[in-house]
Design a protein around this ligand. Structure first.
Ligand code: GLU
Length: 500
């Protein structure tokens, strides 16, 4: 591979829904690589075994393909630097950790989880920064040998400098200096022999010949550890580029979060956002095409896109749904009538979808002209809660408590991937149990939030037909709506009611 070849990567962790932030970083990496005739690599960082899943990985790949971003190397297409899934590279990381141990840049740490917890507590109480105190850093070779002979569980930690500072040039941000003292001795290999993010990420970026690391700004604090690792291995670090984080459209411009904005790409696909419009919208997050041109194609972006200083605004681009809808409207207007109708049919106005609705409504309509009014909420986006919203708050409960319950339910539902009645019912019933709210209360809240009505077809079937992403969006909207209500205490505090 030519040393000056531009090679970039995205390295998503498959721990949840395919996130708009991943698409944003992917787009900027892709446009940069293609502008320079380079390579765009997709690597799956699934070192967190407990939280990673194949289903999430597949969802990420599927949504990036939907957007039209194609990677040159990745777990599905292979390539010269594979495997591209970190769980398949464990031996590589172990070898590299051994190398650091041999060279004295890393050490084995035998501290128990209990000791580390006590240490954290002491630090919390003393209000000192958290971090490992380096107890095992000075163990003699003999002491280590004794522990190893006894088969003691241990991790491998990186020796960080105690003084001095990490200095690096971020291509967008200029020189960044960070005292090494702020970074503790990072665990590189966990006691199960698997790597942490830091070791795997640096080893892979090097072995995959990545020339530029282009990622979100939340990773800046990791850079001192990474630079130390590059130095310890004797490798040249890649160029660093930290993109701004996407922000909610609220007054504090908080970091984009699912409580305020749908963050799953699946939501946008289901809502009828066209992939070209989504890419165009993401391109506008901190970057501008030039002049006041807001609508442009991916090819046009590639032609102009670079990551020179000043090319991407760092002020925190706002992910504004209204603007996305506006832009999508421009793309819809480019479709012919025929194309528009085809797209609508492919979306929901098709036989398969009607067949899913038929069993839900057949007992409830008497004439065909009652079908559309009855099923309207299956085809709409956000619902106007208006008058029915008042019924969201059960008797003897407050709007504020109800909002907290809705958040708790939605957090729980976020973890449900198989969106089926048999999966939803136990989850909601377990929530009732845990929250000590009756199923009657909770089911009514969910019904109103999801359908905008106090009477709907059977709840779980309705939720399934509405779809996973739209249900969660409507629940989040209901929580926001409840929080916007004037706060009044319930007349009588409710005792934990009988569970229905
Ligand atoms: N696995 C990290 C993530 O989930 C990758 C960060 C990086 O690009 O270095 O975003």
């Amino acid at each position: 591979m030519a040393a000056d070849r531009v090679r970039v990567r995205i390295a998503p962790s498959p721990t949840g829904d395919p996130h708009v932030g991943t698409a944003y970083v992917a787009l900027f990496n892709y446009a940069f690589a293609k502008h320079h005739g380079g390579d765009f690599v997709l690597r799956i960082e699934d070192t967190d075994r407990a939280r990673s899943s194949r289903a999430s990985e597949e969802a990420i790949l599927r949504s990036l393909r939907w957007l039209g971003l194609r990677w040159d190397e990745g777990p599905d297409v292979g390539g010269p630097c594979g495997p591209y899934r970190q769980s398949e590279r464990a031996a590589i990381y172990r070898e590299h950790a051994e190398l650091l141990l041999e060279r004295g840049h890393a050490y084995r740490c035998f501290c128990s989880a209990e000791r580390l917890e006590r240490l954290r507590e002491r630090q919390r109480a003393a209000k000192t920064p958290p971090g490992y105190d380096g107890q095992c850093r000075e163990l003699s070779a003999d002491e280590v040998a004794v522990q190893l002979a006894a088969g003691a569980a241990h991790t491998v930690r990186l020796k960080m400098p105690r003084t001095g500072e990490a200095v690096f040039d971020d291509q967008l941000r200029g020189t960044i200096r960070m005292p090494f003292a702020h970074s503790d001795d990072q665990v590189l290999l966990k006691s199960d022999g698997l790597p942490t993010y830091h070791l795997a990420n640096v080893v892979d970026d090097h072995l995959m010949a990545i020339s530029h690391v282009v990622r979100a700004e939340e990773w800046i604090p990791s850079v001192p550890k990474h630079l130390r690792l590059y130095e310890a291995f004797g490798w040249q670090p890649p160029r660093m580029v930290h993109l701004p984080l996407l922000r909610n459209n609220d007054k504090n411009k908080s970091k984009i979060s699912k409580r305020r904005n749908p963050v799953s790409l699946d939501y946008y696909r289901e809502a009828g956002i066209l992939p070209q419009a989504m890419l165009n919208f993401l391109a506008l997050m901190g970057w501008s095409f030039g002049g006041d041109q807001e609508k442009f194609t991916l090819e046009q972006m590639i032609e102009r896109f670079d990551l020179a200083p000043g090319s991407v605004g760092l002020g925190g681009p706002v992910f504004d749904l209204e603007k996305l809808s506006w832009l999508n409207g421009l793309y819809l207007r480019d479709l012919s009538d025929e194309q528009l109708v085809d797209q609508l049919i492919a979306w929901r106005l098709n036989r398969d979808y009607f067949l899913r609705l038929a069993p839900l409504v057949r007992e409830r309509i008497r004439r065909f002209d009652e079908f559309v009014p009855l099923t309207e909420f299956f085809f709409s986006g956000d619902l106007e809660l208006g008058a029915v919203g008042q019924q969201l708050v059960p008797k003897k409960r407050s709007a504020r408590d109800t909002a907290a319950v809705v958040d708790a339910l939605t957090d729980e539902l976020d973890g449900v991937r198989d969106w089926l009645p048999e999966a939803l019912e136990p989850v909601l019933r377990a929530c009732c149990e845990r929250l000590q709210w009756t199923s009657r209360e909770v089911f009514m809240i969910v019904r109103i939030a999801v359908s905008g009505r106090a009477a709907s077809p059977p709840l779980f079937d309705t939720m399934v037909a509405v779809g996973r992403d739209l249900c969660r969006r409507r629940l989040r909207q209901a929580a926001l709506w409840l929080r916007a209500q004037p706060h009044t205490e319930p007349a009588v505090a409710a005792a934990p009611g009988p569970k229905g």
